[in-house]
Design a protein. Sequence first.
Length: 301
Amino acid sequence: MERFAERSGAPFLFHAATGASPEADLERLSQDARASSLPLASLLTAARPATWDAAFDVLAAALPPDRASVVVMDEVPYLMDAEGAFEGTLQRAWDRVLEMKPVLLVLIGSDLSMMETLNSHGRPFHQRGREMVPGPLNPAEVGEMLGLDPAPAFDAALITGGLPLICAEWTHGAGIWEFLRAALSDPVSALPVSAERSLAAEFPQQVQARTVLSAIPARGSTPHTARPNSSRHGPPEHSGPRVAPPGERRAPTPAPRHRHPHPHPHPHPHPHPAMTPAQGAPFRGTLCRLSRCGEVFPRTL
């Protein structure tokens, strides 16, 4: 976006938030103003505002009133908070001072959900901006950028997702496996970091997706899938105690008269053939069945 602003020929200011602290981001804004092409950028540098409310007022005074200008704020989710204080400040600044100037205000954020929240119903900045989601590079653009033939370019587009940040780490003309070896051996490479951030955005902590996946035993076996298949192994040796309805005395469960005519194919039969003893260890215990009348009958695995 900074390159597009440079090519436009209009005076512009590019600011990227860090999320360290509000004071650090405001100090960074003064430094970015010093490097900008705004004609009155020295106002921001000299004022050194202590709040975003004051910073937007000084920024509006630094914008030229007679020609178009561009203000780009990157990593906006770092500035947003749960209370919406920054959004309210931004809404006031836009309605009172910034909207009166011929300025293009561009707010950028890689967290799609938070950027959608910024313009959603009930938020201070609602309907004051137009959402734009830049798409990834297509296979032809990836091939041109990386210097690859059509077939490898399609593979590269699938691996990188067409994200320019990941494509920038691909050595020009390098093969697929060469890139993967280099990217996956570096823990701070854009490929694994982007994947981790995408999963974190799609599955936030409150969803507990990681907890659910980690609770699934090895080899994909679960208490549900570990039940014996009657079509292959025959009926189980016992079906458990029967729950007596209210008013009926519970009779003892008779022992089975006949076993399955065919011996178990395994040398050590197990009540649950689909689960080995090692796999069944975490589930070995006492299960309880609660009848309608409140009686509890134990059932053991």
